[in-house]
Design a protein around this ligand. Structure first.
Ligand code: ATP
Ligand code: MG
Length: 396
């Protein structure tokens, strides 16, 4: 069975992946641009799993294996492509009701189902049976042969028959797709990526809105360890399994943090750190054609994320600051992190640079005048310009 699945052949049947486009189908004249990005990304994620012929019609995309393919791997990869709302593995049939009936019996999900109902879609209007007739024939056959009860209201499983131009397909309930919009269709943004739970989740949410990400990580070597950096790269790799290859920029924040520790009033150190990160992130964004900065801030989470602190931090940014987690609580973010696969890495215990030199009593309501006055005590901008000369770029 495993070997058969590898070939895209389910018990001797030809299997393929059927994907449904998400909200991009609502686009008007722009739609072809979205579709091109979607198909390019799908092609890229399928390639390591074998040769697939990918075609689209209306809001459906068909990935048909051409020869030996790893269908399990291909399906898992395709379920991470932003822009698809649903996907399923379908069995190809001749456009004859007898063949459709026989192949429907082979659908693996029917083995454990306690009840089912049949549904049909007939894109090829020349097919001699109407959709209700197809349902009746396929449903009746399954019911009699497998002795499986029909339940039209709350079925355990749904058997779909889709009659298309070139072939018919049967499949059961589709799985949820990654949703959102195809990669890069909304432009580019810098993602401030720490090793925590929040920022990878924040990046994922914005990538899902079509932004391509340019992750920036600040380290404070030797105060932070090489393992802390490795952890961030692992997180970036997990993110890239959703959004495609990225180049992570790793930037030293040590000198800036030391200067803040020496020259800034203790209670404003946190907000000065944030503002400085923000300016450096803006510089990276502007150099690389990115139009926004994404952070994992969530309102009220810590001292740097009160309304007042966010306001003064934001004033250091020329570009819009996106905080997709702002209204989420920690549990919701953790759930999202589990779903996208970053949680287990995020909770590994390595020190982030923000945890260093944290004042005992950070100002939770920093006054803009006080912050600006504190920034005048030292030429932080010169240090920022200096640190920007040594950006390490790592492809993931
Ligand atoms: P996370 O928010 O990712 O769980 P955290 O809780 O340690 O990490 P916070 O103190 O909440 O970080 O920081 C708020 C946001 O600032 C982060 O979500 C991230 O976008 C950014 N940030 C913090 N530390 C760093 C860093 N070392 N490099 C890049 N960005 C950072
Ligand atoms: Mg956080």
């Amino acid at each position: 069975m495993r070997l058969a699945a590898r070939r895209g052949i389910l018990m001797g049947m030809e299997e393929m992946i059927l994907l449904k486009m998400g909200e991009m189908v609502l686009k008007g004249l722009n739609r072809s641009r979205f579709e091109a990005s979607l198909l390019a990304r799908l092609g890229a994620v399928l390639a390591p799993h074998g040769r697939f012929e990918v075609t689209s019609r209306q809001s459906a995309v068909y990935a048909v294996p051409d020869g030996d393919c790893d269908m399990d791997g291909a399906f898992a990869a395709a379920s991470r492509v932003f822009g698809f709302s649903a996907l399923c593995r379908a069995i190809r049939c001749e456009k004859e009701i007898a063949d459709i009936q026989q192949k429907a019996l082979l659908l693996p999900a029917l083995k454990n189902a306690r009840s089912f109902k049949a549904e049909a879609r007939r894109a090829d209007k020349k097919f001699p049976l109407t959709s209700p007739q197809i349902c009746e024939q396929v449903g009746g056959f399954i019911h009699e042969t497998l002795k499986l009860p029909v339940d039209v209201h709350t079925p355990d499983e749904v058997v779909w028959t889709e009659v298309r131009e070139t072939a018919a397909y049967v499949h059961t309930r589709p799985a949820e797709g990654a949703g959102g919009l195809p990669p890069g269709t909304a432009g580019k943004a810098v993602l401030l990526l720490s090793g925590g739970i929040d920022s990878p989740a924040a990046g994922w949410r914005m990538a899902r809105r079509g932004l391509s990400l340019l992750p920036v990580h600040f380290h404070s070597y030797p105060y932070t360890s090489p393992e802390a950096k490795e952890k961030v790269l692992t997180l970036a790799r997990i993110l890239s399994s959703w959004c495609g290859p990225m180049t992570v920029r790793v930037i030293s924040f040590t000198a800036i943090q030391e200067a803040i520790r020496t020259h800034c009033p203790d209670d404003l150190a946190t907000v000065l750190t944030r503002r400085s990160m923000c300016r450096v992130a803006n510089a990276v964004a502007l150099r690389n054609g990115a139009g926004a900065v994404v952070t994992g801030d969530s309102l009220g989470q810590v001292a740097s994320q009160t309304l007042e602190a966010m306001t003064v931090t934001e004033e250091a940014s020329v570009l819009p600051l996106f905080r997709p987690l702002v209204g989420m609580d920690k549990e919701e973010v953790a759930r999202l992190a589990r779903r996208i696969g970053t949680f287990e890495t995020s909770i590994l215990p390595y020190e982030d640079c923000c945890g260093l030199f944290t004042p005992r009593h950070p100002q939770t309501r920093p006054k803009p005048e006080a912050v600006l006055a504190a920034e005048k005590l030292y030429d932080y901008r010169a240090l920022e310009a200096e640190t920007l000369k040594n950006v390490e770029k790592i492809d993931v």
